[in-house]
Design a protein around this ligand. Sequence first.
Ligand code: NDP
Length: 281
Amino acid sequence: MAVIIDGKKISQQIKDELKEKVSALKAEGKTGALAVIQVGADPASSVYVRNKKNACAYIGIESLAYELPEETTEEELLHLIQELNEKEKVRGILVQLPLPGHICQEKVIQAISPEKDVDGFHPESVGNMTIGAPGFLSCTPAGIIQLLKRSDIEIAGKHCVVVGRSNIVGKPMALLMLRENATVTVTHSRTRNLPEICRQADILIVAVGKPQFIGAEYVKEGAAVIDVGIHRDENNKLCGDVKFDEVMPRASAITPVPGGVGPMTIAMLMNNCVQSIEEGR
Ligand code: NDP
C-alpha cells in the first residue's frame, strides 16, 4: 500500500521557510512585488489568481493585481508588460494562462523580461534550465522535484517515465529529472506500447491531461506515482490523470488530487519570487 505524498503539508513547509527568508531580506532592505495579470474572468483562472495573491500575502510579499477585461488587445497587454518590466519594485510578472484566443500566448511570454519571468516559461529561462545555468525553473516540475526529495524518494539512477511532453509540464519535467541523474523516458500521444513502457518506471510522472487515464496496468509494483492532472469528474469532484484507488495498492508512494502537485506549483512560484527579490535580478 502506497504512502500518500502530502503536497499540502510539504508546500506549507516551503511557504513557512520562504516567509522567514522574506522577513530576513526585508531586514536587509530587500523587498519587491509580484505583478499578477489576468485577462478576462475565467472562473478557474480567478481561483488560481486568488490563491497566488493569498500565497504572496502569507509569505509577506506585495502582490499587484491587474484584472483586465476580456476584450483587452494584445497591444495593450504587451504595453502593460513593458511598463512592469521597467518598474524596479516589480520583481516578478505573472500572466495567468490561458489567454483569450485573440492574444498570442507566445508573444506575451516572450515580452516578459527573463529577469522577472517567475513562471519560468520564457525561452531564455527554458534554455538556462536545459544547460543547468542559473535562472527561474518552471514551477510545476520544480515542485515535483521538491515533493520527491522531501518525501525521501531517491531520484539518482532511477528510471523515470514522464507521460506527456508539453512545454509547461512534460518537457521541463524530463529535463529536471535528468538534472537529478534519473534515466528518463518521455512518452506522448504517438508512443507505442505505453503501458509496457510505464511499467518499467521506478518513478512514473503523469501529465497526460486525460481524467483517470492511468490504471494499475501501467504501474510496476513499488513504483512512485506522481499525478499532475487536474480535472472535474461527472460529479464535479476533482480528480487526476491517475485512477488513484486502483493504483494505490501497487505503488510505494502516490500523490493525491487534490492535495498533491497542485499546491506545490504555487509554493515554487513563491520560491521564484523570493529568489528574484534576493538576487535583485
Ligand atoms: P497538454 O494537453 O498540453 O499535454 C498533454 C500531453 O499528453 C501531450 O504531450 C500529449 O502528447 C500527451 N498525450 C495525450 N494523449 C496521450 C495518450 N493517449 N498517450 C500518451 N500521451 C498522451 O497538458 P499539460 O501538460 O498542460 O497538462 C497536463 C495535465 O496537468 C492537465 O490535466 C493539466 O490541467 C494539469 N496541470 C496541472 C498543474 C498543477 O499545478 N497541478 C499545472 C499544469 C498542468 P502530444 O504531445 O503527442 O500531443
